[in-house]
Design a protein around this ligand. Structure first.
Ligand SMILES: [Mn+2]
Length: 199
């Protein structure tokens, strides 16, 4: 684990590692909690290494300064900031506590999954494409959540299937889902970033 957040409403944990042999991870992430919402994002710079990281960081810096905006608007601004850089794929998850809704916005193969408290699993299919200053395919969805809802956002370095039994267990903590899932991922494949949270 490299980062975590926890209060009475939400807890979230983050893990990240570089592809084996690289000294720098080409992914970046961002996480913030305000009085009204929680926002987290995973950004995967195309390829790996420093250029990938530079593109990913350009996007997270836009998110850092604009997280009060909608996911779609933030992604628009990220796209503008990525002109003449490597592209990125991105998922932004914004959780509005007042209306009890999760707003999901995605471009490209960063994965998102929701395990609702009633057992329903939601796994939207990511769009094919990336941000690089040009027109891009975007998907946006909103979901009403209950207490106990588990959410996961990860880069494609998180391989294999998530352990359903583990995720469905009532007492499952974000930490447990994270450590169990990471232990099954092959480190040689790709940079990896994984955020798991529980409401
Ligand atoms: Mn990747």
């Amino acid at each position: 684990m490299i980062d975590q957040y926890s209060d009475g409403m939400i807890e979230a944990v983050v893990y990240q590692r570089a592809k084996l042999g690289n000294d720098c991870c080409g992914d970046d992430y961002y996480m913030v909690r305000t009085s009204e919402y929680f926002l987290c994002a995973v950004v995967d710079g195309l390829g790996s290494g420093r250029e990938a990281r530079r593109a990913a960081t350009a996007a997270t810096s836009v998110i850092e300064h604009n997280h009060h905006l909608s996911g779609q608007r933030i992604i628009d601004l990220c796209n503008t900031a990525l002109v003449n850089k490597r592209g990125v794929v991105i998922t932004i998850v914004k959780i509005d506590f007042k209306v009890q809704k999760i707003f999901y916005t995605n471009v490209g193969n960063t994965k998102f999954s929701l395990q609702m408290a009633n057992g329903n699993v939601i796994r939207p299919i990511p769009t094919q494409g990336y941000l690089s200053g040009r027109k891009y395919p975007l998907v946006t969805q909103e979901y009403t959540y209950d207490n106990g809802t588990l959410f996961m956002v990860c880069s494609d370095g998180v391989s294999g299937k998530l352990d359903r039994e583990l995720i469905e267990a009532v007492e499952t903590s974000p930490q447990l889902v994270l450590t169990e899932t990471i232990s099954k991922c092959q480190p040689i494949k790709d940079d990896l970033t994984f955020i798991v949270g529980k409401l």
